[in-house]
Design a protein around this ligand. Structure first.
Ligand SMILES: *Cc1c(COP(=O)(O)O)cnc(C)c1O
Length: 448
């Protein structure tokens, strides 16, 4: 194996902390930095940071000694500093700012369980994290111990999952599931594994980044009892990639857990193709697959981190084709109002006819792909193959013939235009002929 070298850092103030303490995750958690006085000992604060730290209603601040050591104390624009140290601009409201921009709470059949997509659900298991990101998408609850989920809510989450067999994938998030006591995490995973239709379990965690010493063998021994388990970490800049993080990732991948990375596109942190290229290269060197790059959500406190969506497209343009496909994440806008994740990227399709498609590559080379003229698709889904949930088949459902159109809200009322039932207005006229099966046509007729 090629030896990978990544740096390891400790702020001067921690020079005398014995290694047993430094490498102990409990010590790291109980020595987190959150007051202006503590900050001043590690990094001299700017006026704006000092003001933010004494503001009322500030989103929770806590930074592990390990993570704050990665900040260059002399650089007020350090990319790690911006992610975790608050400034005054955090208090500035902006157009379209929302408390719950992804409408997660509206998509929660029970508190803490977001069921937005047909076959998978997001389970919030705690509101606590090892350190707090200033742009947190869930700052409405995260960091607040009193907002955490109760025992009875956990039982309701399990009960919903048990009676919803269409869910085959549960993603544990929060807060950060890996700050839970190992016994509690084990209990949650055990209860989930008792549900036969849950095929895979996933964890979203920034603990390997904030607190890599938490990824102990005791923890990976627990996790690997629940395979297939997948885990996404959250790294935004190469400065977060250290020897300690690489070792934590190695322990996780050796336990058979495939690792992905979810980054957020942040102004002043990583809004540049060169920074992103370095990041994805460093990630794949640790066997972490870049999974998503997110457009920053419309959430309180995050306004100054937002970039135009075009910046993300430009970054993908600079990665796809230029580097290993494994290193290219999918750029995502998580739709405000609860539409879920929408992939956005450069357009590679230039034109098409009935038998030809014109494409361009990353270099601007334009080519024609001659399509077959004798292709016959297999029509019906083979018996035994799972069909998508009828209500959520979406655009794929249009292609599949489940339905003929998707109408905006109140479309029928708007187009009714008043008047009475007359000789040309027979509802049977706009029932699709020959779309879908006969039964569906009957249902359409009844709805009309
Ligand atoms: C992100 C997310 C998921 C997982 O989405 P994938 O695209 O499958 O990774 C599931 N549920 C909710 C509510 C989410 O926000």
């Amino acid at each position: 194996m090629v030896k990978q070298t990544f740096p390891s850092k400790r702020a001067p103030i921690y020079a005398d902390v014995p290694d047993e303490k430094w490498n102990n995750w409990r010590w790291q958690l109980s020595n987190r930095i959150n007051t202006p006085e503590e900050f001043e000992q590690v990094i001299p604060l700017t006026d704006s940071e000092r003001k933010a730290l004494s503001a009322a209603h500030l989103f929770r601040v806590d930074i592990t000694p390990y993570f704050i050591s990665l900040i260059d104390p002399d650089d007020p624009n350090d990319p790690i500093r911006k992610q975790v140290v608050p400034t005054e601009v955090e208090m500035a409201p902006f157009t379209a700012m929302m408390e719950d921009s992804l409408a997660e709470d509206r998509h929660s059949p029970v508190p803490g369980l977001v069921h937005r997509y047909p076959d998978r659900a997001l389970m919030l298991v705690t509101t606590q994290c090892a350190s707090y990101c200033r742009y947190c998408t869930r700052s409405r609850i995260v960091g607040d111990p009193s907002a955490t989920f109760s025992r009875s809510e956990f039982e309701m989450q399990i009960e919903y999952l048990q009676r919803t067999p269409q869910i085959r994938d549960v993603l544990l998030s929060g807060g950060d599931p890996l700050v839970l006591a190992p016994k509690i995490l084990e209990e949650i995973l055990t209860r989930l594994r008792e549900i036969p239709h849950l095929e895979i379990l996933r964890i979203g965690s920034r603990v390997p980044v904030f607190l890599p010493m938490r990824i102990t063998e005791e923890l990976t021994d627990i996790l690997q009892k629940f395979h297939p388990m997948w885990l996404n970490i959250h790294v935004n800049h190469s400065n977060e990639i250290t020897a300690e993080l690489a070792e934590a990732c190695d322990r996780l991948t050796r336990a058979g857990i495939p690792l992905g990375n979810q980054a957020v596109l942040l102004a002043g942190v990583n809004d540049n193709v060169h920074i992103q290229r370095q990041l994805v290269h460093d990630l794949v060197r640790m066997r972490v697959r870049p999974y998503y790059l997110y457009q920053c959500d419309l959430v309180e406190g995050a306004g100054h981190f937002r970039t135009p969506v075009a910046k993300g497209i430009e970054i993908i343009e600079g990665l796809r084709g230029h580097t290993s496909g494994y290193a290219v994440p999918v750029f995502i806008v998580d739709a405000p109002g609860g539409g879920g994740k929408i992939p956005v990227g450069p357009n590679y399709q230039i034109s098409m006819s009935d038998h030809k498609i014109i494409l361009r590559n990353f270099e601007g080379f334009i080519t024609t792909y001659e399509e077959p003229t004798n292709y016959k698709p297999e029509d019906a889904a083979k018996p035994g193959l799972k069909r998508p949930e009828p209500g959520q088949s979406g655009i794929s459902g249009l292609l599949d013939g489940d339905h003929l159109f998707i109408k905006p809200e109140n479309f029928d009322e708007v187009h009714d235009r008043g008047g009475t039932q007359h000789r040309l207005k027979d509802a049977s006229k706009w029932v699709p002929l020959g779309i879908g099966s006969g039964d569906e046509q009957e249902e359409d007729r009844e709805q009309d």
